[in-house]
Design a protein around this ligand. Structure first.
Ligand SMILES: [Zn+2]
Length: 145
């Protein structure tokens, strides 16, 4: 997940996007373990990462929405080559594209030590203290029901 732009910093082998005025509320919630999305009060669009205006209209009102943290695996890849020195010690790791139940897609890591995920596997996202203190979401496989 990469809300906002700006200089990145790295912590615990992760590259974390810089906080900006647009993303400050998102990161504040992330530190509490909550994923915030934006929902348009006018057209219902659900957005991630945070946007300054709704794509449906600049006059539309965007409000914060707490995500359930549940979704489905849309795709994934196993990284075996360090594209940045900070991730070298984590190889191999899995990057997942998760489609949240609310609609937006989030790029994150899949929790290590889990079996090879199946197509459209049900996942949950953790962040904050439940993800080892990380502000970035980490996906974990859920048992299908
Ligand atoms: Zn809208």
């Amino acid at each position: 997940m990469s809300p906002g732009t700006g200089e990145s910093r790295s912590e615990t082998g992760r590259i974390v996007p810089a906080e900006t005025p647009l993303t400050a509320q998102y990161w504040s919630a992330a530190r509490r373990g909550v994923i915030l999305l934006q929902r348009c009060a006018d057209c219902g669009a659900v957005l991630h990462p945070p946007a300054p205006v709704c794509p449906g209209g600049a006059a539309h009102e965007l409000r914060w929405l707490e995500a359930t943290g549940l979704g489905r695996l849309a795709s994934f890849t196993v990284v075996t080559h360090a594209a940045h020195p900070v991730v070298h010690g984590r190889l191999p790791y899995v990057i997942a594209l998760v489609e949240l139940d609310e609609g937006p897609r989030v790029i994150c890591n899949l929790s290590p030590g889990q079996h090879e995920p199946g197509p459209r596997a049900r996942v949950g996202l953790r962040l904050g203290s439940t993800a080892g203190g990380l502000e970035l979401p980490v996906a974990y496989l859920l048992a299908e029901r």
